[in-house]
Design a protein around this ligand. Structure first.
Ligand SMILES: Cc1cc2nc3c(=O)[nH]c(=O)nc-3n(C[C@H](O)[C@H](O)[C@H](O)COP(=O)(O)OP(=O)(O)OC[C@H]3O[C@@H](n4cnc5c(N)ncnc54)[C@H](O)[C@@H]3O)c2cc1C
Length: 321
């Protein structure tokens, strides 16, 4: 069996590891933070290609992930993935004409323009999207990994292993582990409130500088979120939370009576382009590193598509060595 070390236990590392282990590789995940402690655990985890590039690759990875998540929702409800209806609210357009579809249109099924979906929002798109409850999904992925013979171990690595097959899914930490200054944080804050009968997701693009979303899960609702570039603070700000809830309540009035269950902040690992790329080891040792990081605000959305590309690269490397 060919051994592969995956660095990182967020949604990217776990998904790559599941693909590798289920394809016959002896797969070992090493991570400083275990799944519930990662940025991935903070994600609202609505399928949506947000803050990730380049568009052609992102559309392809997103389409692949969409299909996989829809399948999980149908066949493996214990995964915590569900397909949820909802609406994306758009800003006003100059001539009042119906907007063209989004750039990632080819990645999803039916997408229907709707007129006046909410106050001050003349157009929207209605579509069904997968939502992963990360409090369930990351544990489910971990269990799927170990069921396929893989392991998950907490360890802080000062550098990437310099021999053998390595997959680098360290997210924001690729700044140091891959010496990549192009990775930077985009801080996001969310509020978790009680489930008060919210059945649809809502994403408001009416004020692009102030993103707003409401994502219902089975037992709670995630309301977000901010997008502060270059901000490293992981402390939740009470005024931000209050503002998010107040704005969201305009579109989803049920939220006014929702009890607050918690606040979370995560640092999205942003980069000009997602990096899925092979690099030889610096010292020339056998194997090499497949980098897979920089997924910005779309790590869940790109996860299975990227994992398939990583698997293809690792298979090619193992054939060559
Ligand atoms: C508020 C918010 C909302 C979001 N909503 C969505 C959404 O709705 N849909 C969506 O698709 N995406 C969403 N995202 C984005 C998504 O969370 C990220 O793109 C995703 O989590 C990136 O996953 P990752 O596995 O690359 O990184 P991470 O989850 O950060 O995992 C990195 C892993 O690398 C490990 N690591 C780092 N350094 C070391 C080291 N030196 N040694 C060992 N291990 C190391 C870490 O411990 C961790 O296990 C959201 C993000 C935020 C913050």
């Amino acid at each position: 069996m060919v051994r592969v070390v995956v660095v990182g236990a967020g949604v990217i590392g776990l998904t790559c590891a599941v693909r590798l282990a289920e394809s016959g590789f002896d797969t070992h995940v090493l991570a400083r933070d275990l799944p519930p402690e990662t940025t991935s655990a903070v994600a609202a985890a609505l399928w949506y290609p947000y803050r990730a590039a380049p568009r052609d690759a992102v559309t392809r990875w997103s389409a692949r992930t969409y299909a996989e998540l829809v399948k999980l929702a149908a066949e493996a409800p214990a995964s915590g993935v569900r397909v949820v209806p909802g609406v994306e609210l758009l800003a006003a357009f100059g001539d009042g004409a119906a907007p063209e579809g989004p750039w990632w249109r080819d990645a999803v099924g039916s997408l229907v323009p709707v007129r006046d979906p909410a106050p001050g929002r003349p157009w929207g798109w209605r579509l069904d999207l997968p939502v992963a409850d990360m409090s369930v999904y990351l544990g489910w992925l971990s269990a799927r990994l170990t069921a396929a013979g893989g392991t998950l171990t907490r360890v802080w690595l000062p550098e990437l292993p310099n021999a053998g097959l390595v997959v680098n899914c360290s997210g924001l930490a690729a700044r140091s582990l891959a010496s990549d200054d192009g990775v930077y944080p985009v801080r996001g804050q969310v509020v978790r409130v009680g489930q008060v009968g919210v059945t649809e997701w809502l994403l408001d693009q009416g004020e692009p500088a102030r993103p707003l979303y409401v994502v219902p899960r089975l037992h709670d609702v995630i309301v977000g979120g901010t997008a502060d570039e270059g901000n490293w603070s992981t402390t939740a700000e009470p005024t931000t939370a209050a503002e998010l809830l107040s704005r969201a309540s305009v579109f989803v009035p049920e939220l006014r009576s929702a009890p607050i269950l918690g606040h979370r902040v995560g640092l999205r690992p942003a980069r000009a382009q997602v990096r899925v790329e092979f690099c030889p080891h610096p010292g020339g040792a056998a194997g090499g590193v497949v980098h897979c990081y920089g997924h910005g605000g779309a790590g869940v959305t790109l996860s299975w598509g990227c994992a398939d590309d990583v698997l293809a690269m690792v298979e090619e490397l193992s054939r060559a060595s």
